[in-house]
Design a protein around this ligand. Structure first.
Ligand SMILES: Nc1ncnc2c1ncn2[C@@H]1O[C@H](COP(=O)(O)OP(=O)(O)OP(=O)(O)O)[C@@H](O)[C@H]1O
Ligand SMILES: [Mg+2]
Length: 507
């Protein structure tokens, strides 16, 4: 049973609602003014409030909305206005309205909006969030958020076991796995739990540095070793004395560098470029790659002897799609992490607040509706955990309330269609497959546009419509122009303007 509260001074509207929502699953209560509505909300605890903006006497709808949000930020409110200026609508959305409706109502539309909102309210009630200590203190401190490895799935438990078993040895570790699976995080965890944790952790991306500089970056150089080597300089292996060097993207190293690394691993010694003195390599090496090194070895691109040297222990990070049972925990963790981040002073960066600083969350972490969580669990996450985290960062900007709902998620995740562009959701399309209401489509496009600040929505939509029309008509300009409701001359101009010829190789 869902409780609906209507706040409106117009009796005719009360009757219209009573007729429209005469359903067993809905209990409708009416109030004639904002003041009366505010008075009954605490007792009634409605799931959804429909609020008229202009009421004869007393508070306006917007003012009532502001007060409702102050006392209960989770209650869903739809503002109804007969004076449908964009200003009121924008104001209402800014104040945290769930939606707004223009009077006079189209009854099917009213029902659709109300039933959708009630569904969202149910989702919100089921929303879950990462636990907090009483008093709003987060369980995790900012420094934990840099190193926490979240996961309970069987493959992740294996990873934790291996970290525990080999952290305090000096064995070389090879971490493999797709991009964004947490390889660097694991390398840091090994370092933190090792006897070298007081020493430095130095990460080095072997793919990012040009070959001619890599050797000097790793081993340092003496004065005059090459043009530009004015002063002697220590390389990473020296800087890393007593610590751990993390060689990332090791599968991208060229054969000469592979040979040099192999030498260090074998002899535990190295020389600076242009130098003769042999320096002890007091470092532990942890290497990572997202390549399948066995294949690179078979193809003759990676030295087999180096592969076995690195392979003291191998930790394979499974892709997120193979441990989907970790997704709920990761989602709650990231929502919590985002709230902690947002509570930190913006200038302070890492480890903010100095010693003993316990941030109090200025806003609690958002929770997530179970249907939205299910959509996240269904998605295949080609970018793994990194993609999940960045999607949630974006979603938190889009989501208006305290709860992330399915509608806040991008279409590629909810299964709305291709990953490349805006796609209509089921609610925007009638059962016959035609678009029932362009305003629904427009709202969807705005949601998409909000996620991509660079998007110029009108040219983007126009371009997409022209492309689709030409595809549908297999390049027949006469038919495409007709489909778009423009002349053939205008179509040609649009094709030129958006540079579509090249793309479709037609016209
Ligand atoms: N299990 C996890 N728990 C919490 N955060 C995670 C987890 N796995 C990855 N992350 C986060 O995802 C992001 C990517 O992780 P990381 O840089 O370790 O991936 P990677 O495997 O090294 O990727 P790449 O191959 O692209 O370098 C980081 O922000 C990291 O904190
Ligand atoms: Mg990495």
């Amino acid at each position: 049973m869902s409780k609906l509260l209507l706040i409106d001074d117009d009796r005719d509207v009360h009757y219209a609602f009573q007729r429209s929502f005469d359903m067993p699953e809905i209990e409708l209560t009416t109030a004639p003014s904002g003041e009366e509505g505010l008075r009954i909300i605490p007792k009634l605890k409605p799931d959804l409030v429909l609020l008229d903006n202009r009421m004869g006497t007393g508070m306006t709808g917007l003012e009532t909305l502001r007060r409702i949000r102050q006392s209960d930020s989770k209650l869903l409110v739809i503002l109804m206005t007969a004076y449908g200026t964009t200003q009121t609508a924008i104001q209402a959305m800014k104040l945290g309205a769930y939606d707004y409706l223009l009077k006079p109502f189209d009854v099917p539309k009213l029902k659709e909006v109300v039933l959708n909102a009630l569904k969202a309210a149910r989702e919100m009630r089921e929303g879950t969030r990462y636990n907090f200590e009483p008093g709003g203190r987060p369980l995790l401190q900012p420094e934990d958020l840099e190193s926490e490895i979240v996961g309970q799935s069987a493959p992740m438990r294996e990873v934790f076991k291996l970290i525990g078993q080999f952290a305090s040895t000096d064995t070389t570790v090879l971490i493999t796995g797709e991009s964004g699976t947490g390889k660097e995080l694991v390398a840091k965890a090994i370092w933190q739990h090792s006897d070298r944790s007081k020493g430095p952790f130095v990460a080095m991306n072997c793919a990012a540095i040009p070959e001619q500089l890599l050797e000097s970056e790793l081993f340092g150089h003496e004065r005059g070793a090459f043009t530009g080597a004015v002063n002697p300089r220590a390389g990473k292996f020296e800087q890393c004395k007593g610590g751990v060097i993390f060689l990332d993207e090791i599968g991208d190293m060229t054969p000469p560098t592979q040979t040099k690394i192999l030498r260090v691993l074998q002899s535990r010694k190295f020389e600076r470029v242009g130098g003769n003195a042999s320096i002890d390599a007091d470092v532990r090496v942890i290497a990572a790659t997202n390549k399948v090194l066995e294949q690179a070895v078979a193809a003759g691109e990676f030295r087999e002897d180096l592969f076995y040297r690195l392979h003291g222990v191998r930790i394979h990070m499974p892709p997120l799609r193979e441990r989907k049972d970790d997704i709920p925990l990761l989602v709650k963790y990231f929502l919590h992490k985002l709230a902690v981040r947002d509570s930190l002073p913006s200038t302070s960066g890492r480890g903010a607040g100095g010693e003993g600083h316990v941030p109090v969350l200025s806003a609690p972490a958002k929770s997530i509706a179970s249907s939205a969580m299910k959509a996240l669990e269904r998605y295949h996450w080609p970018g793994n955990v990194r993609e999940l985290e960045s999607q949630l960062r974006r979603v938190c900007v889009v989501a208006q309330g305290d709860v992330v709902l399915t509608k806040d998620l991008p279409p590629e995740i909810t299964g709305g269609g291709a990953a490349t562009g805006p796609v209509l959701s089921a609610e925007a399309v009638t059962s016959e497959g035609g678009v029932s209401d362009l305003s629904v489509v427009a709202r969807q496009l705005f949601q998409w546009a909000r996620r991509d600040p660079k998007l110029k929505i009108i040219p983007a939509v126009e371009r997409e419509l022209v492309i689709q029309a030409l595809k549908e008509t297999e390049g027949n300009q006469v038919h495409a122009a007709k489909l778009l409701g423009i002349t053939r001359a205008t179509l040609r101009k649009r094709v030129e303007k958006h540079g579509i010829q090249r793309e479709l190789k037609i016209l």
